[in-house]
Design a binder for this molecule. Structure first.
Ligand code: ADP
Ligand code: MG
Length: 319
């Protein structure tokens, strides 16, 4: 199988019905329509073997996750996905691996009617880089710099199970099989909150997706908005597996777990009802976890409002 056969066999597919794609894989560029009045939203995320996933990770899970993390960035902006491109470095043209990878990738792409519009394929250490394109009216974007003092802080879904699964799979922690299974699904097959992001347009002020841990990611909103926050560690929605752990671990992994791909966003208190309605329409639960204050800094308290000494340790590749 040469490079062009590989692309044709695994990555060239009919365009999903209704996709805004004029020309896809096979030419020098793809041609993609942007809805009139919208602005492009663009994001890139790379998954590197040995860094983001272990050697031998199920290729189907990798295909899903590579696209999911990119969709999550569009969700955090409130953008509607239009298409994505795929830059792939492969150690070998392994048909079994490519089949599994394509299955995971297109399974999620099809669920969002999202076309693969092009890419690049080269031999090299396994590296999966996706760029995703979405669109929205520019003034509706959920920017990190838009949080206001007095806003309530919300988080979607649940936190911490992906980190718990990771540590269990690494042998650092014992986890009952019945809990490991759903927690591993959170780690390997995150469900990006695209519908919620779109539903929050015009409602939420700032948003970020929780990829490196809630505290670290919320800190990005605070820094960009020039504000601070108080959050209640005991109000955080823990995943099913994490809920069965002791209190200290629950707080730590909910606050600093990573790989959750939930949305953390802020909204004015008088929008609380509308936020709940938007979440319900999008089919995901949302939980109020604190509020934005004028004084910079992130204060974590317990359920009684007593300050806790917990530091953010979001992931930093060069830290
Ligand atoms: P060029 O040399 O003009 O950059 P390539 O030979 O790299 O073109 O790619 C041929 C076509 O296949 C292009 O349309 C490109 O977008 C597409 N393509 C290459 N690799 C991938 C991939 N991994 N996924 C999807 N499309 C791809
Ligand atoms: Mg090329």
């Amino acid at each position: 199988m040469n490079e062009f056969e590989l692309i044709a066999q695994y990555f060239m597919r009919p365009t999903p019905a209704g996709a805004p794609l004029r020309l896809g894989v096979g030419d020098d560029c793809a041609l993609l329509d942007v809805p009139a009045g919208d602005t492009l939203a663009i994001s890139t995320d790379m998954l590197v073997e040995g860094r983001h996933f272990f050697e031998g990770t199920d290729p189907e899970a990798l295909g899903h996750k590579a696209l999911a993390v990119n969709l999550s960035d569009l969700a955090a902006m409130g953008a509607t996905p239009l298409g994505f491109s795929l830059a792939l470095a492969l150690p070998a043209a392994d048909a079994g691996w490519l089949e599994g990878f394509a299955h995971g990738l297109f399974g999620l792409a099809d669920a969002h009617c999202l076309p693969l519009i092009g890419g690049d394929t080269t031999r090299g250490p396994l590296n999966i880089c996706i760029t995703i394109y979405g669109s929205l009216p520019a003034q509706a974007a959920l920017r990190r710099d838009a949080a206001c003092a007095g806003d309530e802080i919300w988080v979607s879904g649940t936190l911490g199970d992906a980190r718990l699964a990771l540590e269990a799979l690494q042998g650092k922690r014992l986890l009952d099989r019945t809990l490991l299974r759903p927690a591993s699904t959170r780690l390997h097959r995150p469900e990006p909150r695209v519908a919620l992001g779109v539903a929050l347009r015009g409602l939420a002020h700032a948003a970020v997706d929780v990829s490196d841990g809630l505290m670290g990611d919320l800190a990005h909103i605070l820094a960009r908005s020039g504000v601070g926050a108080v959050i209640d560690a005991d109000a955080l929605p823990c995943g099913e597996a994490l809920s069965a752990q002791d209190g200290a671990l629950r707080r730590e992994f909910a606050l600093n777990g990573g790989d959750d791909y939930e949305l953390c966003f802020t909204a004015a208190p008088d929008q609380a009802g509308a936020v709940q309605a938007a979440a319900q329409a999008a089919g995901v639960r949302v939980t109020r976890i604190g509020h934005i204050v004028g004084t910079p800094g992130l204060q974590v308290t317990d359920g009684a409002g007593q300050p806790l000494a917990i530091a953010a340790h979001g992931f930093d590749h060069f830290g």
